[in-house]
Design a protein. Structure first.
Length: 177
């Protein structure tokens, strides 16, 4: 019978060690995310996969905030993050640094996630939009590609933090990590 591992058996590293370990070349760009719980959950995903950074944009709240910390569980202390008043400024900076800009959005030209194959060690910026209105049209005009998580139910809508986890895991695996 499986026995659940206790915290000391998980071999967790401390925050300082985490900061000095190599990061997976993915930056998560949060375009006007309204829920601080979603923001905190995205921080935990970024921590779990050793992602390079998070860009919080527009109305997205910033740490420190107790509602972000409620779901981040300290990941705001380990994951590098930066705030941009305008998402397009984040996108411009990332493009100048050689990132492939990917909006995770349902569009008339989006590619299903399982059909997309990133290059090994490609620098990727994943842009996730507002829980109601999605990625802003101006940002969509600036990206290289739109990815969509296929859905088969009646809602065709995933929580943004759940969607981020799915997409990050998929790209993480495809890049051979």
């Amino acid at each position: 019978m499986p026995i659940q591992l206790q915290l000391d058996a998980l071999k967790r590293i401390d925050a300082e060690t985490f900061k000095n370990t190599p990061k997976h070349p993915i930056v998560l760009v949060l375009d006007n995310i309204r829920s601080m719980h979603n923001i905190g959950s995205v921080f935990r995903t970024a921590d779990a996969f050793h992602l390079e950074a998070i860009h919080l944009c527009g109305m997205s709240a910033q740490p420190p905030h107790r509602d972000i910390e409620k779901t981040a569980l300290g990941a705001t202390q380990t994951v590098v993050w930066q705030y941009y008043a305008q998402t397009l400024d984040s996108v411009s900076d990332l493009r100048a640094q050689g990132y492939t800009l990917i909006a995770v959005e349902q569009t008339n030209s989006s590619v299903f996630l399982h059909q997309y194959q990133p290059k090994t060690e490609e620098k990727i910026a994943l842009i996730f939009g507002n829980e109601v209105s999605g990625v802003s049209p101006l940002v969509l005009d600036a990206v290289d590609i739109c990815l969509e998580v296929p859905q088969f139910g009646t809602k065709h809508s995933l929580n943004v933090s759940v969607c981020a986890g799915i997409v990050v895991w998929d790209l993480f695996c495809k890049q051979g990590v």
